[in-house]
Design a protein around this ligand. Structure first.
Ligand SMILES: Cc1cc2nc3c(=O)[nH]c(=O)nc-3n(C[C@H](O)[C@H](O)[C@H](O)COP(=O)(O)OP(=O)(O)OC[C@H]3O[C@@H](n4cnc5c(N)ncnc54)[C@H](O)[C@@H]3O)c2cc1C
Length: 381
């Protein structure tokens, strides 16, 4: 029997799960080859540079306090810019700021987003244990306006689906990580995270699509491809549903807003689930004296519907805006529906393992964790 350090392992996919698996295996002394079908690492975490704009392929924030990121000690390599921990909620004609009381000490008192009593009760939700078989919405709808006007629109942007579709137990983990987290972005885009991790991996073969496991020269294999590909390669039945999303990037007049906070519509008057002047948060996302707006939808919508809704949310005319790019991501996130729990054994058969966010939690942390766990299970094999 080969010792761990003699093992040659093939990892399929250089998304966060594959990179995390490769780093764990290398640290244990294995020889690892990562095969990636596209021309770059990162999978769903990627940034394009177009005409001086940094465009993440889908709006996402990185929580620098994710346990797997702390473990990898990678955030210090990213030139990380912290996001505001408050959100702006648009209600009728007004915008109410809500979130971290240290940033906005009086915001919690605004009754338009729920009474102070309701807000204090919500802390109880965070510390309680959720019940199996219920959805996030089942547990949160008791909070009335706080849920309908703030939590529901905000969480729809986190899960990329209605909280009514998400299991209460796994959903609460994600809610907690947002409340206690320190979100932000690398100055040069979200794609800097997988790039930094890839620096630690000795052998990555880009533009190398694996269509069959036969013929791979390895003692063991970790399939860390996206869910659809993994299901085909491994013949997995009953795969979770996937949420889709579209991120719209507009260049807007620089004087439109100075806000660096995420804006949500407390009255859900259109298809946009959130919008942020992302270059006010990370200035290097736009050329000098330009403002880049990032807005996300989860239902099908035309650009005119998106503009109409954004005009209401931001309270401005959109006639001078220019559409820079639109990213449609049909397979954005796995939906952890009712009764669907994360973390199962990664072992598929002797010397064959599987990793990916759909195994643990629909987040960067979930993907990194699944990769590490698959590698550790392989090492114990
Ligand atoms: C719009 C959007 C917003 C998000 N927002 C957040 C957020 O705010 N916070 C958060 O924590 N998470 C967020 N996420 C989730 C997070 O990005 C993902 O959970 C994570 O990146 C998934 O990583 P993965 O490695 O499991 O899968 P993937 O990133 O899908 O990686 C799979 C890799 O396998 C490769 N591959 C596929 N088939 C093959 C093959 N046959 N051969 C070789 N290679 C192959 C693919 O090219 C890809 O690189 C968001 C995701 C999206 C899309």
């Amino acid at each position: 029997m080969k010792s761990v350090s003699d093992k040659k392992v093939a990892v399929i996919g250089a998304g966060l799960a594959g990179l995390s698996a490769a780093i764990t295996l290398q640290d244990a002394g294995c020889e690892v080859d990562v095969y990636e079908s596209s021309d770059r690492v990162g999978g769903r975490v990627a940034t394009d540079l177009i005409d001086g704009y940094r465009l993440d392929r889908g709006f996402q924030l990185i929580n620098s306090r994710y346990p797997e990121l702390l473990r990898l000690d990678v955030v210090r390599e990213l030139n990380f810019v912290e996001a505001s921990r408050s959100v702006d909620v648009c209600l009728d004609e007004a915008i109410v700021t809500l979130g971290d009381p240290r940033e906005n000490p009086f915001a919690a008192l605004n009754s338009a987003t729920g009474s102070i009593f309701t807000k204090l009760r919500f802390i109880g939700y965070l510390t309680s244990t959720s019940k199996q078989g219920r959805s996030v919405e089942d547990e949160l709808s008791q909070y009335g306006d706080l849920y309908q006007r703030v939590l529901k629109p905000f969480l729809s942007g986190v899960f990329l689906t209605s909280p009514a579709n998400v299991d209460a137990v796994s959903g609460k983990e994600i809610v907690r990580s947002f409340i206690s987290g320190k979100p932000g972005l690398p100055a040069h885009g979200a794609g800097e995270l997988p790039k930094a991790l890839a620096q630690r991996v000795r052998s990555i073969h880009l533009n190398t699509r694996i269509d069959s496991l036969d013929g791979l020269k390895a003692d063991a294999v970790i399939v860390a491809a996206d869910l659809t590909t993994a299901a085909q390669l491994l013949d997995i039945p009953n795969v979770p549903k996937l949420a889709s999303s579209t991120t719209w990037y507009h260049e807007v007049p620089i004087e439109m807003t100075l806000s660096n906070r995420l804006l949500i519509d407390g009255q859900s008057r259109g298809p946009v689930i959130n919008s942020i002047a992302i270059s006010n948060m990370v200035p290097s996302y736009a050329p000098i004296r330009k403002t880049l707006l990032s807005s996300t939808t989860i239902e099908f919508a035309s650009e005119s519907e998106v503009r109409r809704h954004l005009a209401i949310m931001w309270g401005v005319s959109t006639s001078e805006w220019a559409l820079i790019a639109k990213y449609e991501i049909p397979k954005s996130l796995p939906i952890f529906g009712l009764g669907k729990q994360g973390i199962q054994s990664a072992k598929v058969s002797e010397n064959l393992f599987v990793a990916g966010d759909y195994r643990t939690a629909p987040s960067q942390n979930g993907a990194l964790l699944s990769g590490r766990l698959a590698a550790q299970e392989l090492l114990l094999n």
